[in-house]
Ligand binder design. Structure first.
Ligand code: NAD
Length: 442
């Protein structure tokens, strides 16, 4: 099939390359010249495990092309995927300007050439957006087209694996021809029998927000529960195991920590709150999820203030992990940004190490922190270590080296990566989430 993907970010690039991997001809469009230059140079501009191999193979096989020419892309494809940003607007709603502006441009392009196109929205958009896209295309002269909704459920860090073997594909359209064509395109990705679920565009658009908000709510529930466990002497990790073994609940997405971040959950929860208000059917539960999550991002700072007091000038904290989660370089809404800024407000200096997010972190934190090259340079002479992302390489450090190189043997672990009793044995003061603190017995 001839496909174009408009917007070559985390979703667009992965989708484009994976479609190409299945033998389709793909044109990826982006208006960011720096990104395009990298892509044309054969470099993957994001960190996503497994992407590079597929990227190189499909470039070699000439199945994928990168351009800023929307007209060329639309004219040379049957299916046009919109993978454009839908960031949070000032009032909390999803900002649709990228999607609707491109829809307007597509209208003018297909007006000149009447070949039938399917315009597929893969961006996460509020219910009713497919109709708005349709209207924009029509208003600008397009006539032979359908608009479909095909929300994307991939996780950063596992994006290629998720795209190649999705739990399910959701496609929404009001026309069987469009649904059939998309089903044909996705058939190779669900050969093991995972479902392609067909529905109307409204249901499809709601499904994406429903899934993300539910997951955000689940994490938030566990975070509030963790705070409660700490107060009553319970261990949230044991409670999690006890709960998660119940098949009605399941084991995944029950880990407590320092709040969800990333490019999706925070903005998607807020967008659903906003849409529900607009339709006079407010989902008030989600407003609480958002509030509790914002508070949770700062629980480690509260623990640090309790330990060191409110004046942290002359103190330096080492940080392991800046990305909002492991296996990505994405820093959007990462708890680390909030924690670092708060510690800096209290006068602290920061040294940080992240295996992949150093460059993206500079966009949010610029030169305000010292960037370390490895685990151990980030802890030289620090007053305490904070663990903010659970990268695997942090799980088994050389504790003796830590004890030698840190000023104090104190760890604030926002991801519960170490065993509490092991930390006690090793002689660290150790503060984690929802578990008993190990305090100095001297
Ligand atoms: P992104 O910011 O990584 O990528 C968007 C790309 O679109 C950028 O490369 C940008 O330069 C490009 N762009 C902007 N305007 C353009 C234009 N007019 N023409 C061509 N290119 C243009 O965003 P993303 O993370 O890939 O997310 C895209 C959408 O998918 C969002 O709606 C997001 O909510 C949704 N989504 C994201 C994820 C995820 O994990 N990142 C998962 C599922 C769904």
């Amino acid at each position: 099939m001839k496909i174009s993907v408009i917007g070559t970010g985390y979703v667009g690039l992965v989708s484009g390359i994976c479609f190409a991997e299945m033998g389709n001809d793909v044109i990826c469009v982006d208006n960011n010249q720096e990104k395009l230059e990298k892509l044309r140079d054969g470099k993957v501009p994001i960190y996503e495990p497994g992407l590079e191999v597929l990227f190189e193979r499909n470039i070699r096989e000439k199945r994928v092309d990168f351009t800023d020419d929307l007209k060329y892309a639309v004219e040379n494809s049957d299916v046009v995927f919109l993978c454009l940003p839908t960031p949070q607007g000032e009032d909390g709603s999803a900002d649709l300007k990228y999607v609707l502006n491109v829809a307007t441009d597509i209208g003018s392009i297909i007006k000149e050439n009447n070949d039938y196109k399917i315009i597929v929205n893969k961006s996460t958009v509020p219910v009713g957006t497919a109709q708005k896209v349709r209207q924009n295309v029509l208003d600008n002269g397009g006539s032979s087209f359908d608009v479909a909704s095909n929300p994307e459920f991939l996780r950063e860090g596992f994006a290629v694996a998720d795209f190649m073997k999705p739990d399910r594909i959701v496609i929404g359209a009001d026309n069987d021809m469009a649904l059939d064509k998309l089903e044909e395109l996705y058939e190779p990705f669900v050969r093991q029998g995972n479902p392609i679920i067909r529905m109307n565009t409204e249901s499809s658009e709601v499904t994406k927000y429903a899934a993300n908000s539910y997951l955000a709510m689940r994490i938030t529930y566990m975070n509030e529960l963790a705070n409660f466990c700490e107060k009553v002497g319970a261990d949230v990790d044991l409670v999690r195991k006890g709960m998660g073994s119940d098949t009605r609940i399941g084991k995944r997405f029950l880990f407590s920590g320092i709040g969800y971040g990333g490019s999706c959950f925070p903005k998607d929860v807020n967008a659903l709150i906003k849409t529900s208000q607009e339709f006079n059917s407010e989902m008030s539960l989600l407003s609480l999820v958002d509030k509790v999550n914002k508070d949770q991002k700062l629980v480690l700072v509260t623990k640090i203030r309790k330990y060191f007091g409110d004046d942290l000038s002359n103190m330096t904290f080492g940080i392991w992990g800046l990305a909002f989660k492991p296996n990505t370089d994405d820093m959007r809404e990462a708890p680390s940004i909030y924690i670092i800024k708060e510690l800096q407000n209290l006068g602290a200096k920061i040294k940080a190490f992240d295996p992949e997010a150093r460059d993206t972190a500079k966009f949010y934190l610029d030169g305000s922190i010292e960037y370390s090259d490895n685990l151990y340079s980030a802890i030289q002479n620090v007053d305490a270590l904070l663990i903010l992302t659970e990268w695997n390489e942090f799980r088994n450090p050389d504790f003796n080296r830590l004890k030698l190189d840190m000023k104090n043997n104190i760890i604030f672990d926002g991801r519960n990566i170490f065993d509490v009793s092991k930390m006690k044995e090793e002689g660290f003061e150790y503060f984690s989430i929802g578990r008993k603190a190990v305090k100095n017995s001297k």
